[in-house]
Ligand binder design. Structure first.
Ligand SMILES: [Zn+2]
Length: 341
């Protein structure tokens, strides 16, 4: 997302190419000037059970277009706009799942589903256009906020723009005092909670393992730990890569305290959790390239607590979780810790 060179921290190709350990990527990025100074938005992961299965891939895809607009917001907006009715036409002529007006549609619609037509009644085209439109307003309103031209929560400003137009928001210096717009925002904020999975605590490290798995889905290991010695400049992979769809929930591998939750130009959205000591040495786990962060620095987390969702942020060539274990401050193979080998 936004990074210019997507050479992966341990993506599937890293070991084959014999390049790229996380640490050694940093200089490349710094010289490349890529990076991002805004803090990522704190969101829980999508509660996929609530989304009609046929639309889920599109909701995840549209919700991955920009950091400000998570899948849960996309889903909430669709429910508010059309009640998940793909053929819906409103009394004023808004069309499809995302209720685009015929005059607005051509600016945002693309043939995202590849069926040869650009149509607001095609679910894929509609949902992706909605994501594009939301992200456009997120960027625009972030700029207005920074310049002091508008006030208020960014998401509210985006929703107000979607409902009443960006010009009305700018004129009002924030969310305009239109009853319809205010109701729209209130309703979508409530629905966003419905589409966001509660961060559950509890659980225990499974017997015989030192850490719980950070994932509860079957995931392909796209790149194992290791490679050349850490002292070698290239080829050392500091964690395990699990190939996962964007938005897959990530769980803390043990109880602990979040010592970092934020952006790193190489790791993307990253969480570091410090756990109890083992063998008299510190233990930390890290979760990288996340789509969303569900916890903030300083949060106390339980083992198995949801802390975020997987993504493709930072230097990553495809959606995956790069999971690391540090023991006594040194990277170690997470495999034995979570019972993989
Ligand atoms: Zn990796």
């Amino acid at each position: 997302m936004g990074a210019s060179a997507k050479v992966g921290i341990g993506c599937a190709t890293a070991l084959i190419v014999g390049l790229i350990g996380s640490f050694f990527l940093l200089p490349v990025i710094i010289f490349g000037g890529a990076g991002k100074d805004e803090a990522p938005v704190l969101v829980g992961e999508l509660n996929s059970d609530q989304v009609p299965a046929i639309y889920l891939p599109w909701v995840l895809k549209a919700g991955a277009m920009c950091d400000e607009i998570p899948p849960a917001l996309i889903a909430a907006q669709i429910e508010q706009e059309s009640g998940w009715g793909p053929d819906r036409v409103s009394p004023v002529g808004a069309q499809g799942l995302s209720q685009f007006m015929p005059g607005t549609w051509p600016s945002w619609g693309r043939d995202d589903d590849g069926n040869g037509r650009v149509n607001p009644f095609d679910p894929g085209d509609a949902i992706m256009a909605q994501g594009r439109y939301d992200c456009f307003y997120a960027k625009q309103m972030a700029g207005h906020l920074k310049a002091g031209r508008v006030e208020g929560p960014l998401i509210d400003l985006v929703l107000a723009s979607y409902n009443a137009g960006g010009g009305a928001v700018l004129d009002a210096g924030g969310v305009p005092n239109f009853t319809e717009t205010l109701n729209y925002i209130t309703s979508i904020n409530a629905l966003t909670a419905k589409y966001t999975k509660a961060l559950a605590g509890g659980g225990a490290v499974p017997a015989g393992k030192r850490l719980a798995s950070p994932l509860r889905v079957t995931a392909l290991i796209t790149s194992p730990y290791g490679g050349k010695r850490p002292s070698s400049a290239y080829g050392y992979h500091t964690g395990i890569d699990f190939g996962t769809a964007v938005g897959t929930p990530v769980y803390s591998a043990d109880a602990g305290t979040v010592t970092f939750a934020g952006w790193n130009s190489a790791y993307g959205n990253r969480i570091v959790v410090r756990h109890r000591q083992r063998d008299g040495k510190s233990v930390e786990t890290t979760y990288n390239h996340l789509f969303s962060l569900g916890v903030a620095k300083g949060t106390t987390v339980g083992v198995g607590q949801g802390i975020g969702a997987t993504g493709n942020t930072g230097n990553s060539t495809g959606p995956h979780l790069h999971f690391e274990v540090k023991h006594g401050g040194e990277f170690t193979d997470p495999g034995p810790w979570i019972g993989l080998n």
